[in-house]
Design a protein around this ligand. Structure first.
Ligand SMILES: NC(=O)c1ccc[n+]([C@@H]2O[C@H](COP(=O)([O-])OP(=O)(O)OC[C@H]3O[C@@H](n4cnc5c(N)ncnc54)[C@H](O)[C@@H]3O)[C@@H](O)[C@H]2O)c1
Length: 253
């Protein structure tokens, strides 16, 4: 049987897609480091995941936009578990502000969390993997906004298309050392981030109509893709974005 990764860091794993990813790894008996800006929520999520099959998971505070916070989180993970097999760069924000209205500060915050946060986490965690000789796996949670955008997604799309190229750059650097980097681009997934948009009856209907799968996505849909990309079954898969949108982008409604 293929080796399944055991020690898994999920940034922004306290809720939403990150938590759903945690559930998928929990089902496979992994030990999770739920690294979230909200410590209490991270600890609760880790405890819940331990009841769903995860082993000894912990919740730790981490602001991915803050280098020192990321270094402390990765140090804690290694001190506690001895190694890190998988990093899921999931933490992100999407403020939905018109590109003509967004302030420079708001713009910078989106870039700091979604793009620079993934840079900090990958550089720091991959550094630990190299030190410890771990054949690690790293997944970036990007978005359909890698390629598509709109008036209220200028900051978000810039951060996510940047994250795609960041992932590819790390992939070229780390591949020969046995560390694979890939991305998952979720379609419309119902979470706290999006419930005020996709959760309303009209957009929800539009998504159901346009998506060949006939439904909005769930965090677990994204988690399953992360499990695949970090497994030995994906041994020769490196530097790709796996779109998981139920066919939304090919649908015409
Ligand atoms: N929901 C969707 O439809 C959708 C679609 C495409 C991509 N995504 C991406 O998936 C990821 C998760 O989205 P979600 O819908 O679950 O969002 P969410 O808002 O429900 O959850 C985000 C989590 O990230 C944490 N977080 C926020 N800022 C942080 C920081 N600076 N450091 C550490 N943790 C932080 C939050 O506390 C929260 O637990 C994001 O990167 C998002 O861009 C979501």
């Amino acid at each position: 049987m293929a080796h399944q990764p055991q020690i898994v860091i999920i940034t922004g794993g306290a809720r939403g897609i990150g938590f759903g990813i945690g559930q998928c790894f929990a089902q496979r008996g992994a030990s999770l480091i739920i690294a979230d800006i909200n410590l209490e929520a991270a600890q609760k999520a880790a405890a819940k995941l331990n009841t769903e099959g995860a082993k000894g998971s912990i919740g730790v505070v981490c602001d991915v936009s803050d280098r020192q916070s990321v270094e402390a989180m990765a140090g804690q993970a290694v001190a506690h578990f001895g190694c890190i097999d998988v990093l899921i760069n999931n933490a992100g924000i999407c403020p939905f502000i018109d590109i003509m209205e967004i302030t420079p500060k708001q713009w910078q915050r989106t870039l700091d969390i979604n793009l620079t946060g993934s840079f900090h986490c990958t550089q720091v965690v991959a550094g630990k993997m190299l030190e410890l000789g771990t054949k690690g796996r790293i997944v970036f949670i990007t978005s359909l906004s890698e390629n598509f955008t709109g008036p209220s997604q200028g900051d978000y799309a810039a951060s996510k298309s940047g994250a795609r190229m960041l992932m590819r750059s790390f992939s070229t650097r780390l591949g020969r050392e046995g560390i694979r980097c890939n991305a998952v681009a979720p379609g419309m997934i119902l979470t706290d981030m999006t419930k005020h948009h996709w959760g309303k009856p009209e957009p929800a209907k539009m998504i159901e109509n346009r998506c060949p799968e006939g439904r909005i996505g769930t965090p677990v849909d994204i988690g399953r893709a992360c499990v695949y990309l970090t497994s030995d079954e994906a041994e020769y898969v490196n530097g790709i974005t796996l779109t998981v949108d139920g066919g939304y982008t090919i649908g015409t409604g």
